[in-house]
Design a protein around this ligand. Sequence first.
Ligand code: ADP
Ligand code: ASP
Ligand code: MG
Length: 478
Amino acid sequence: MVKEKEHSTPKGKKPLIVMKFGGTSVGNADRMQSVGEIIAEQSRNAEIVAVLSAMGGVTDMLIRAAREASRGDRKYWKGVRQELARRHREVADRLLSAAEQAIVLPRLAEQVGNLENLCSGFSLVREVTPRAMDTLSSLGEVMSATLMASILRSAGVAAEAVDAAELIVTDESFGNASPHFEETHAKTRQRLAPLRRQGTIPVVTGFRGATADGVCTTLGRGGSDYSATIIGAALDADEVWIWTDVDGVMSADPRLVPGARIIPEISYREAIELSFFGAKVLHPKTIHPVMKKKIPVWIKNSFNPACPGTKIAPVAKNEQPGVKAITSISDADLITMSGKDTLSFPRLATRVFNGLHLEDVTTLMVTQSSADNVLCFAIRDADLPRVKARLEKTFELEMLHEYVGILDVMPKIAIVVAIGENMKGTPGIAGRAFGALGRRGINIIAIAQGSSELSISFAVKSADVKDAVKAIHEEFQL
Ligand code: ADP
Ligand code: ASP
Ligand code: MG
């Protein structure tokens, strides 16, 4: 059985906790102040490394600025420049000492200047390259980390802003980079060692990394959660705490099910499954870096720090049988392909999945009907044009002769997923879920369950997603 990380922190030595604060947790001066207080308070009992997201909404604004600039529109990014300067300046005015303002205001001005230089370039050449986009889209993290370190110093707590481009070494997949763990571990330890020796709290930019040549990359939208566990694993931290705007991982997205409940403890596998199937509370890659070292990850609410939150551990304790949480992805399409009489199911599937692999597309659900060589799979709507083009190319000849066909592309599909490690061996779960959906007149378009029985997925119409999640949530009294 997988065991949790043994707490081997020697007596008298503080445990090391990496704490990540998301966009809503640092959305304005009041929120930044609360976060400063949480860090200061926690640093009495633990050694803290903070990881910060951009202030809420900033990343969206920066990405849109780059896109508009590349279309030649100078007005939009100039508005963003003003808004960016205003929001960060307001925090500095409210929370920084005069001495800190003298140091930090010129830095913030320089960072806003970077936006200006980049967008000016994009509008001149009418293009934004993925690598330039990463430098711009992660500027919000540079600004929020600069501010938070200064807020802490203004309150008498030793802190220093650190650019994660100096810590996290990634490949060159701009926009969705993957870390090279060995190099990252070495660099992170080396760069943070002097700060840790002096008792200075590193305030690290989330979301960002850099290639071995030092070119800025990003880890994908919502990637600051991932930054925190990458850094936690590199430093062999005792725990990683992800501070957000809800009390923990809940039995369903609270925006869809207002009565959703906090789950005190979930396993790594359950967390991975939940985040893969759309639970935004955790970036899908978050758990991977801490798995080997079995470092526990906590989800906590920065608006309600007294609430203990959810512990994500190698194995969850106090397990009850059955379904633990429901999640959903709304923007999916269902593709049905047939190998007709000529292409056997394995040959059809091999070529389809090879095509998906070449397009770097993940399937959300797969079902088969071998007797008539029919393969049905769900993908995200954003991937549809690439997938269709790839399948048409892969099967060009067969389609010409009508040996293979795309029978159907069903748009506006949602995948609703019931998750729980202890569903395994609990009979009747699928039946109860069917019944609950049927009683509400919700049509199930496709179903999939792996033999691991960690999750059961149902494809329904997007318009039914809210009712479907609620129905299953109610049925299992979550
Ligand atoms: P942050 O800015 O802190 O990274 P996110 O917005 O990325 O926060 O993630 C938190 C949000 O995730 C919550 O506000 C909630 O609406 C959403 N969410 C979706 N599914 C769940 C779930 N099962 N449990 C908790 N939150 C969820
Ligand atoms: N700021 C980035 C985003 O909005 C990363 C994050 O918040 O996790 O995607
Ligand atoms: Mg997030």
